[in-house]
Design a protein around this ligand. Sequence first.
Ligand code: FES
Length: 85
Amino acid sequence: SYTLRRAATGEEAVVEAGGSMLAVLRGLGAKVNASCEGGICGACEVRWVEGTPIHRDRVLSPERRKTHLMACVAQCASSHLVVEG
Ligand code: FES
């Protein structure tokens, strides 16, 4: 598990191992679009600013992954992850 924080509000919530970052973000009030929920459509892109995301999508370029993730499939290798949005 890891702690997810919204940079916009400072609010945090725990994402259980294998859990959905998208669902937790929405639970924190973030308005994140989603469509495929399988890492292929690009709808749920979120900018991340701190931590070590594990990318499981098939849409982001290596360069884009340095600043963005797909919240429907991304996991996290660090204990904290901070995202915008
Ligand atoms: Fe399609 Fe996340 S909802 S990539």
